[in-house]
Design a protein around this ligand. Structure first.
Ligand SMILES: [Zn+2]
Length: 515
């Protein structure tokens, strides 16, 4: 390894040959990239001027292959395959007016729609079936695509565009969703890389961490598989979601920012709150970003107070990455240079801003498997005025969460996760007595408050059970008040573990009643 590092620092070494088992080669390459991350910068300028245009004229496979060469620094791989303009472009958006941002997004959209019409069989047939008029395609005239439609397209093989059907150029992810039927989404390595690049820009833009390309980030994932392809862009620390157990790892890694599911952030916060001695070795990150579960402002403030840094909420999905990045003014900005969001009613008509509706997304970076007017399954509200933070992107004012997780009351009224979150101030007090909690609507008349005991050394199992049940009863009372429907039956169930979503996710609100 020492020899490799010397070679990397040498300007005369042109070729590095790795030998051994695949795992060993990979670890050597990663270690090398970590130890001498910018040793290839001398190669960067001529590469951008001469090599990038040549590579860009190569076939898809060559570009994608170059992107997977992990022993080159990420920036060099991205520069070579995507070009400097693609990398700088998202960062320049911050300084444009909202009108300019809107018109550039429309241009990008028009180019994409035109391309998809002639290169993707699934969409061209689907649009034709819905009597699309030839000529200029307008987004609002196109039919909405559901998860079921996409599944059919994937089964028939038509969903992959012409020239992008070599699966070795990318990978499939499965977003199984709350319906339980998996939806498979294909991404080229380059599409994935550029999406992460834009997502990183979104984090930095709202939090003000500029110069962030070289920041150290700690990414907390729901499960192992999540982090499989992140090495494409980031040299960071990856951890798997675990309630409160990452204080030590984060204290020693000292990341500039932490990206974490809400439950892990709550665990981290309560751990630091209960053990003030840990704060001696705790270096607060510059920002913490939460995602995966809806959270209330009260929850985010509580986390912020505990971990001593600002907390921003991210509304993200596996298919499109960041859909809304929360700014200091509590608005979730929509990066319209990578995703177009529409809010529609049950008939599919766009609703005026300020009204709640279904979220429809169009991803502007996907060509291998396009997502055009794709119904993501959430409900939200968008705002109209410009945000005081100066960010030119439009924004969500409310994110209501998954349509399928709405609680349907005996009266017929339905309550979204956003409305249910309102009582979480009470649940914060209970964090120290409960391990995890989940509110499940089992059927129209029955709601279960499921809580797990908190694993602390100071109390016996019996005491832990009593504390968890007592806290569960308090939570029950809060849920009952929030729902205010006397025909509902609520009960507390204390267990040692809660069932997780197939992809490892733990949801606080689950409804088995469909509208
Ligand atoms: Zn803002």
């Amino acid at each position: 390894m020492e020899l490799l590092c010397q070679l990397a620092k040498s300007t005369t070494a042109n070729v590095l040959v790795f030998a051994g088992k695949i795992a060993e080669i990979e670890s050597s390459a990663f270690a090398l990239a970590d130890m001498s991350p910018y040793s290839c910068l001398g190669f960067g300028v001529p590469a951008v001027l001469f090599v990038t245009p040549i590579i860009c004229s190569f076939s898809v496979s060559v570009k994608e292959w170059i992107l997977t060469l992990a022993f080159f620094p990420t920036e060099i791989r991205l520069l070579l395959t995507l070009g400097p303009y693609s990398l700088l472009h998202p960062y320049l958006f911050r300084y444009k007016s909202s009108t300019r941002v809107r018109s550039e997004a429309q241009k990008k959209l028009r180019r994409l729609l035109k391309w998809v019409e002639s290169n993707n069989d699934f969409y061209s047939e689907y649009w034709l079936k819905h009597t699309l008029t030839p000529g200029e395609i307008l987004l609002k005239d196109l039919p909405i695509v559901t998860k079921d439609d996409l599944r059919k397209g994937t089964d028939s093989g038509k969903i992959l565009s012409h020239g992008y059907r070599n699966e070795k150029n990318g990978f499939w992810i499965s977003t199984s969703g709350s319906t339980g039927v998996p939806l498979r989404i294909f991404s080229l390595w380059s599409e994935y890389a550029i999406s992460i690049w834009y997502a990183q820009r979104d984090l930095f833009m709202v939090s003000g961490i500029w110069g962030g390309w070289f920041c150290r980030g700690a990414w907390i994932m729901w499960h192992e598989g999540h982090s499989n392809n992140w090495w494409l862009v980031f040299k960071s620390m990856f951890l798997i979601e675990s309630k409160g157990s990452h204080v030590d790892s984060l204290s020693s890694f000292k990341p500039d920012f932490v990206y974490s599911p809400l439950s892990n952030a709550l665990g981290l916060a309560s751990c630091l709150r209960e053990n003030p001695s840990l704060l001696k070795t705790w270096t607060p990150p510059r920002a913490l970003f939460t995602d995966s579960e809806l959270s209330s402002k009260a929850q985010r403030n509580w986390i912020s107070d505990s971990i001593k840094c600002p907390v921003y909420d991210m509304y993200a999905s596996e298919e499109c990455f960041i859909l809304g990045a929360e700014c200091a003014f509590g608005k979730h900005h929509i990066p319209t240079d990578s995703v177009i969001v529409e809010i529609v009613d049950d008939e599919g008509n766009v609703v005026p801003s300020g009204n709640v509706g279904r979220v429809i997304v169009t991803n502007l970076h996907r060509r291998s498997m396009p997502l055009i007017r794709y119904e993501i399954g959430d409900m939200a509200v968008v705002g109209n005025d410009e945000c005081a933070c100066g960010n030119p992107f439009p924004y969500f004012t409310e994110i209501h969460g998954r349509m399928n997780d709405r609680f349907v009351l005996p009266s017929g009224k339905d309550i979204s996760v956003y409305q249910l979150c309102a009582f979480t101030e009470i649940s914060l007090e209970l964090e120290k007595h409960i391990g995890r909690w989940q509110v499940v609507q089992v059927d129209r008349y029955n709601i279960e408050i499921r809580v797990t005991t908190r694993k602390d050394k100071h109390n016996s199992e019996n005491e832990r059970q009593v504390r968890a049940r007592h806290a569960g009863e308090k939570l029950l009372k809060a849920v009952k008040n929030a729902l205010s429907d006397n025909s509902l039956q609520l009960r507390v169930i204390v267990s040692s573990e809660l069932p997780r979503h197939p992809r490892g996710k733990l949801r606080n609100f689950v409804s088995n009643v469909k509208l």
